[in-house]
Design a protein around this ligand. Structure first.
Ligand SMILES: Nc1ncnc2c1ncn2[C@@H]1O[C@H](COP(=O)(O)OP(=O)(O)OP(=O)(O)O)[C@@H](O)[C@H]1O
Ligand SMILES: [Mg+2]
Length: 241
């Protein structure tokens, strides 16, 4: 479904993503974990077409998408739930959800997909006509995921979906991610929340200073000394940097 080959992203002279390669099979959940500044968001922004990579290839469903614009990619099935959610506070829940479907013309399907999002997150149904800035952080995260779902993604990119949320709300958000995979959506999630990422993802990559430091099946990485050394090692180094 997604193949990233030797991807490099830079902001001027700052290299944010350095030679990253990995792939994701259809229906898989893959996590990229790493500390602040590791390059997680830059990686997702490049895949979503929101920043142009310096070099490298990004293939989605067999086609090179490395130079395509974000709007086109959304209509082809790549949706990003950005870090910090970026919902429109002065618009209602209903209006924010509708924005997710602006690339579509299949009205009956949009209505049934909206029902599906509201069934997945009942709190959004209760608050359907309220302004989004009245929602809690967890409700805003659900709204951001619901909005992305309304674009009918085949590949969903999630940037730190658990950030700032209480553990019970994180459970709900991750349950929704597992439900989406069940319905055939492929998921790439970046996280600083290591235990959540390992619990949800089939495979996990550890990103350190823009490069992949370790990769493996989540069940095989969890709790191993090598993983702790890779992840906590890079965290400590980042803390010092
Ligand atoms: N717009 C920008 N201009 C210049 N440098 C940037 C920009 N965005 C990110 N960077 C730098 O690129 C590197 C990677 O940042 P990025 O935001 O991708 O990391 P991250 O892993 O998502 O971090 P966080 O966990 O804090 O969200 C960092 O050194 C950061 O300072
Ligand atoms: Mg980030």
């Amino acid at each position: 479904m997604l193949k990233v080959v030797d991807l490099n992203v830079a902001y001027g002279s700052i290299a944010a993503v350095r030679g990253v390669s990995f792939d994701i099979a259809q229906g898989e959940i893959v996590a990229v974990i790493g500390p602040n500044g590791a390059g997680k968001s830059s990686l997702l922004l490049a895949i979503a077409g929101l920043i142009k990579p310096r070099s490298g290839a990004i293939e989605f469903a067999g086609k090179n998408i490395a130079s395509k614009q974000a709007e086109i990619l959304v209509s082809e099935g790549v949706s990003l739930v950005p870090e910090g959610r970026h919902i429109f506070g002065s618009l209602t829940v209903a209006e924010n959800l509708a924005l997710g479907a602006t690339v579509r013309r299949d009205w009956p399907q949009i209505a049934s997909d909206t029902e599906r999002v509201l069934a997945m997150f009942p709190v959004l149904k209760e608050r359907y006509r309220q302004r989004a800035n009245k929602l809690s952080g967890g409700e805003q995260q659900m709204l951001a995921i619901g909005r992305a779902m309304l674009a009918r993604p085949r590949l969903l990119l999630l940037d730190e979906p658990s950030l700032g949320l209480a553990p019970l709300v994180v459970n709900q958000v991750y349950q929704a991610i597992l439900d989406l995979r069940q319905s055939g959506v492929t998921v790439l999630v970046v996280e600083q929340n290591v235990s959540r990422a390992l619990a949800a993802a089939d495979r996990t990559h550890v990103l350190s200073f823009g490069a992949i430091a370790m990769s493996g099946k989540s069940t095989e990485l969890a709790g191993t000394a090598a993983f702790d050394a890779a992840y906590f090692g890079v965290s400590r180094e980042a803390g010092r940097a």
